[in-house]
Design a binder for this molecule. Sequence first.
Ligand code: GDD
Ligand code: MG
Length: 327
Amino acid sequence: MQAIVLVGGEGTRLRPLTNDVPKPALTLVDRPFLAYMVEWLAAHGVTEVVFACGFLPDVLREALGDGEHAGVRLSYVAEPDRRGTGGAIRFAADSLGERLEDRFLALNGDVLTDLDLSALLTAHADSESRATLALYPVEDSSAYGLVSCDGAGAVVELLEKSGEAVPGEVNAGAYVLERSVMDLIPPGREVSIEREVFPRLIGAGLHGLRLDGYWMDIGTPERYLEASWDILEGRVATRVRPTAPGLFVGAGAEIDSAASVGPRAVIAPGSSVEAGATVRESVLLDGCTIGAGASVSGSILAPGASVAPGAVVTGAVAGRDERVSAG
Ligand code: GDD
Ligand code: MG
C-alpha cells in the first residue's frame, strides 16, 4: 500500500523551533515527528511513503533519510510552486507515474495519531467508495473541516473551517483514495482537496468513517508539550520507550545527582542539567545546558540552548543556541 503524506506547512506557530526545521522534522521526544507518521502507517500495511514537501525539502529528507524507515520505502517530492493540499497530492501521485496504485492513502502530515487506518481501508472497500475520510469527534470544530454523513456513512455535507465552535465529527486528514480521484484535480495549480475536490464527490462516492483513538495537531508549543506527555504516559500508541512514565532521558544526557528532573521531562542526548537545577514539564532538545540552580518549567529549548546558573525560565520557547543569562 502506498501513502502520500503532505508535509508542506511551515509550522509558523511553533517558531522559533521551526525557524530552521520544518515542523515534520522537529524532534518529538526522541525522534522526528515524521517518524511517528511512518511507524503508524507501517502498522497498517503501508510499504511506501511519498512525502509531498513544499518547504525546506532537504531538511525533511535529512530527518529520516532516503531509503527506508520501519520497513517503509521513503521518497520526497517538492512542488515547484504552491499547490495546496489537492495540488500537492496530485503532484506526488504524478511523480509515481505508472507505479501509482489503484487505491492509496493520503494524509495530512501534521497530526500525531494512532487511528485505525486498517478499519478505514476496510470500510472504503466495503462501500465501494471513491474517497473515504477518517473522521474524529471534537468539541470545537471551528478550525477543522466539519463532515456530516448519513446512516450508511455517505457524506452529505462538508463545512470547511466554519469558524463556529460547534461540536461534531471533523476531517482527521487521513483519506483512502481511488486513483480516479486524481482526475478531479487540475494539474499545475493550487487546489484545495477539501474545498474543491471532496465537495464534487458528495453523492458520487464520498464516505466518512469515525475512528476512535488518539488524534492531535501539534501546531503550538502547548500542544507540542501535551503530545510529549501523551507519548511518555502511553495515551497514544508509539514505539517510544520512556525512561519512566512521563520521562525520557536520552543516551549521554548528564543529570547531576543534586538536580531535580520531572515529573514530565524530556532530556535529549547531549544535554546536561547541573547541581541544584530543576527541570519540570519541559523539553530540552539536543545539547542544551541548564546551569546550577536554574529552574526551567513548562518550556521547550531548541538544540544547543543554554540557561545560565540561577536563571528562571517559565512557559518559554528558546530557539537554537539561544542563551538565557543569569538574572
Ligand atoms: N506539500 C504541500 N503543499 N503540503 C501542504 C500544502 C501545499 O501546498 N498546503 C498544506 N499542506 C499540508 C500541511 O503541511 C499539512 O500537513 C496538511 O497539508 C494540511 O494543511 P493545514 O494547513 O495544516 O490544514 P488545516 O490543519 O488548517 O486543515 C486541514 O486539516 C484538518 C485536520 O487537521 C483540513 O484538511 C481540515 O479539513 C482538517 O479538519
Ligand atoms: Mg493542520
